[in-house]
Design a protein around this ligand. Structure first.
Ligand SMILES: Nc1ncnc2c1ncn2[C@@H]1O[C@H](COP(=O)(O)OP(=O)(O)OP(=O)(O)O)[C@@H](O)[C@H]1O
Length: 626
């Protein structure tokens, strides 16, 4: 007999399970039944697609059996079973690797979070068990195995002569405690109610011996206890049920049973289509993104069934990238069982289903936005970035579908608004949709460049997400109004008189401005007098397509190509510093150089751009002070 150690991460999880004070320990049964059902799915699928396996519907079932004398609970299935390697891979390591790693220590407490949020499958049996024994024999395998563990540090594996293919799991219940009566899990009514609650829609029969009082055969007036094997679950998949019959709790149970997310779903959709292609689907939007959502590791996709038989765990082709956060299932009687991953992409039915789902998801989000704004904002907080990526990706191929689902923070409303809301509020004389970019709302609020636009009474959208400005460049305009960065060089908001005065001033100070440009060299494209600044001395504006914020984002990219905004240093000629520059220009060339360099660096700082030579800047500042 081989004795093996659990992997370190699994050990910690087990420890939490064994000592768990999690209140819903009963979910262990849901997990075991769900695994059993998955195992039958696998063999059922094989039987349907491989003629060499004979198949009889009645052969596929799950059985739950309580033994009060020995205080054991047994869950048996006629599924695909496990080979020795599979036992070690699956029962020796935690299935969801990384699920522990990403949870912060502090959140783990006694494991409550982990258990509640992930369900952690097979391991949850150690919440109620002192010892778990698994007998299993894999399809096409001559040998069976016995796996035993008390859930502390390791397990043993030995060959075992198991007659039938499938798996039998025996739970030896813990001793009763003050707060927990484990004997409950031996009671027929309790087991039945747990199965009804969590596993009613499992498509295979879950059988149990049920004792009922029945009239005696020879004397109808006398009742006797009769024990018979019965199927406890309704076996109707939830997606085949009528929406009206289902409660929110039913949908939540299914979400949890399937481990679609580690939280309650934010929203669900139940779809039944009977047109060019027939299918049923239950889709969920989780509340929070999975820990790896915004990374390469995340795999999008829906469970795909062909007439009730699972054919694919995660069918990516059913979901566009912009809705990759959606989880759920699709079942269609029009799909071939033998469909392979390669064929799938070209499959007409799959494409039709995908198109239909995309439309339904979009409509669902739109109606949430319209009817439950608070919920939509929670959704947007979690997944809005994905919608923005979607609008930007593929050269904007999906931008028109997505633009009305986007939200941005508004300077005047002080909350998230849609582009349509902004557009509807625009005064007649407003030519553009204005936006400003920065790290935070507070920081944008203080940007000198916003002053003039605000003074005009115009609303500004605040962009704090890196992708925001790229999205807007892709959209180009909304309802015929172009987007304009408040930092762009050509705001053109001044009235005629101001423009004339600016021209005059420019002419008057042209020598000073060209001297400053010479001092700064290639660092700036131009130095000019600002018409937008009121109280601030300087700012940078960008001339051309690349804004300063875009320059920052692009510089962070792995393939940084050193794309730079074409910067213009703007000076406020109404600020006292300008007079100081004018005076210096007349008498002290070194001072002009000193002031110009400091002002340029100040403008960089305001924009959150790196100072090229901090030592030189501090030396310059000291020169001014002494
Ligand atoms: N009754 C069973 N028959 C065959 N294989 C099983 C059975 N129970 C568990 N397994 C195997 O062990 C693996 C681990 O099970 P576990 O419940 O820990 O996680 P999971 O089911 O993979 O993930 P999750 O529960 O999060 O969906 C399963 O994926 C499956 O391969």
């Amino acid at each position: 007999m081989e004795k093996k150690q659990f992997q370190a991460e699994s050990k910690r999880l087990l420890e939490m399970m064994v000592h768990s004070i999690y209140s819903q320990k009963e979910i262990f049964l849901r997990e075991l039944i769900s695994n059993a059902s998955d195992a039958i799915d696998k063999i059922y699928y094989k039987a349907l697609t491989d003629d060499s396996i004979s198949f009889n519907q009645d052969d596929y079932y799950i059985r739950v059996e309580a033994d009060k004398d020995n205080r054991t609970l047994t869950v048996t299935d006629t599924g695909i079973g496990m080979t020795k390697e599979e036992i070690e891979d699956n029962l020796g390591t935690i299935a969801k690797s990384g699920s522990l790693a990403f949870k912060k220590e502090i959140e783990m407490k006694d494991g409550q979070e982990i258990i509640g949020q992930f369900g952690v499958g097979f391991y949850s049996s150690f919440m109620v068990a002192d010892k778990v024994t698994v007998y299993t024999r894999a399809l096409h395998s001559d040998e069976g195995y016995k796996w035993v563990s008390d859930g502390t540090d390791g397990y043993t594996i030995e060959p075992f002569d198991k007659k039938e293919v499938g798996t039998e799991i025996i739970i030896e219940l813990k001793q009763n405690e003050d707060e927990e009566n484990y004997d409950e899990y031996l009671e027929e009514y309790k087991l039945k109610s747990i199965i009804k609650k969590y596993s009613d829609f499992i498509r295979y029969p879950i059988k149990m011996d049920i004792t009922e009082q029945k009239p005696k055969a020879d004397n109808e007036d006398e009742l006797v206890d009769v024990t018979e094997e019965q199927t406890v679950n309704s076996m109707i998949p939830i997606w085949r049920k009528n929406k009206q019959e289902l409660t929110d709790e039913d949908y939540e149970s299914f979400y949890q049973e399937k481990h679609f997310g580690f939280d309650q779903p934010l929203s669900h959709l139940h779809i039944s289509v009977d047109g060019m292609v027939r299918f049923q689907s239950i889709l969920y939007i989780p509340q929070q993104p999975p820990f790896n959502y915004y990374s390469q590791d995340y795999e999008k996709g829906l469970e795909l069934y062909s007439n009730g038989v699972l054919i694919m765990d995660k069918c990516a082709d059913l979901l566009p990238d912009h809705f990759s956060f959606v989880r759920g299932i699709v079942d269609s009687e029009d799909l071939s069982l033998n469909i392979s991953r390669e064929i799938l992409q070209q499959d007409r039915q799959v494409n039709l289903i995908a198109k239909n789902l995309e439309k339904k998801i979009k409509n669902h989000l739109q109606s949430m936005l319209k009817n439950d704004r608070e919920k939509y904002e929670r959704f947007f907080d979690a997944f809005g970035r994905q919608l923005k990526y979607g609008a930007y990706a593929d050269f904007g191929a999906n931008k028109d579908k997505l633009k009305d689902l986007l939200l941005f923070y508004s300077s005047t409303e002080e909350k998230l608004v849609t582009l349509k809301e902004y557009r509807d509020r625009m005064p007649e004389d407003q030519e553009h949709i204005y936006y400003a970019t920065g790290e935070s709302h507070a920081r944008i609020e203080k940007l000198p460049q916003t002053e003039m636009v605000k003074d005009k009474g115009y609303e500004i959208l605040y962009f704090t997400d890196e992708v925001d400005e790229f999205v807007i460049k892709m959209l180009m305009n909304y309802d015929e109004k172009e987007f304009k960065n408040v930092s762009s060089g050509d705001l053109d908001l001044e009235d005629e008189e101001t423009k004339k005065e600016a021209e005059k001033q420019k002419e008057e100070h042209k020598d000073l401005l060209s001297e400053m440009k010479e001092i700064l060299g290639d660092k700036v494209k131009d130095v000019k007098l600002s018409t937008r600044l009121k109280s601030h001395p300087v700012c940078l504006s960008a001339d051309g397509d690349v804004s300063i914020e875009m320059e920052k984002v692009l510089s962070q990219m792995p393939d940084n190509q050193n794309i730079q905004a074409s910067k213009v240093l703007e000076i406020n000629n109404k600020h006292d510093i300008f007079q100081a520059l004018v005076n210096a220009h007349q008498s002290d060339k070194d001072k002009v150089k000193l002031y110009t360099n400091i002002l340029y660096n100040q403008a960089l700082l305001i924009e959150g751009l790196p100072i090229e030579d901090p030592v030189a800047l501090t030396n310059d500042m000291c020169k001014v002070m002494v």
